[in-house]
Design a protein around this ligand. Sequence first.
Ligand SMILES: Cc1ncc(COP(=O)(O)O)c(C=O)c1O
Length: 342
Amino acid sequence: MKSFASDNYSGVHPEIIEALNRANHEHMGSYGADEITQRTIGKFKDFFGDDIEVFFVYNGTGANVLGLRALTQSFHSIICSELAHINVDESTAPEKFTGCKLIGIPTTDGKIYPDQVEQKIQRLGDQHHPQARVISISQSTEYSTVYSVEEIKSLSAVAKKYNLFLHMDGARISNAAVSLEENFRVFTKDAGVDVLSFGGAKNGMMFGEAVIFFNKALTQHFPYIRKQGMQLHSKMRFISAQFEALLSNDLWKRNAIHANAMAKKLEQGLRQIPQIKITQRVDGNGVFAILPKVIIEDLQHELYFYVWNDRTNECRLMCSFDTREEEIKRFVEKAKALCSAL
Ligand SMILES: Cc1ncc(COP(=O)(O)O)c(C=O)c1O
């Protein structure tokens, strides 16, 4: 049974499974001391340039939390959107591992903007006050919107002005790259991002994310931070082999193009139904829509999805690399039928 619940509900892309099978032979060094991991770091360097450091971890929460840990001390604060995954969907892992205060900025489109961020940077140098150290943004955002290159640069300018770091949660970075029609580097390293969580699991991998540092000086303690944070995978070749496949033959792009295109089709279909209101720009692979409350349960039986906001009946419909056009059609027809009976 398919669903629009999450891009994590999807399975694993066959090319990733093939890569895992290929990696599954003989013995190889553990903890990253293997040829596949070395080759895959080289693949990331093809995208981002040689002057980066890449660390593989198991999941997105680990990538974010440990990346932030490398940037902070426990008297710091991290500024992010109120809806940021680090703020609302990682339990209190960021707080526990960094010791920092998270400062969530209210958002209507999933993004945060320079003037809002500047208002939160207060009392720097005052020993009584949490010291702002990181601006963290998600690309694409939790609302599936995408920051433009200029928007990221303007946040980076604020970070630089106050001697802060810019962190990017790129759990859906491939969907953002496809939406912007830019290569990864333009809206990360070249736009002033210091540390990036590069996502794999939501774009066809079984598991695995990469923490990428664009400022090598920040990685001094990271091997220890990763181990202490329980994210050092012993059979690392099985994370790197997946990334090697994802970054080869444009698999990352093919998957993200498909997922984003499906989300657009879903948006177009739902826009034809007067009782349904699309609430966000559909830049990436998710559609947010307010549905009449009475149809939600029946429609969930057709293809499951989550209600994002109980009070407004705003729902989140996520597409993935394996969403089929027939499923979109079926879902839109059902939504039409249910709405016309109201
Ligand atoms: C924006 C964002 N960041 C990070 C993650 C990674 O989470 P996980 O720890 O479940 O891999 C997710 C997953 O839902 C996400 O939506």
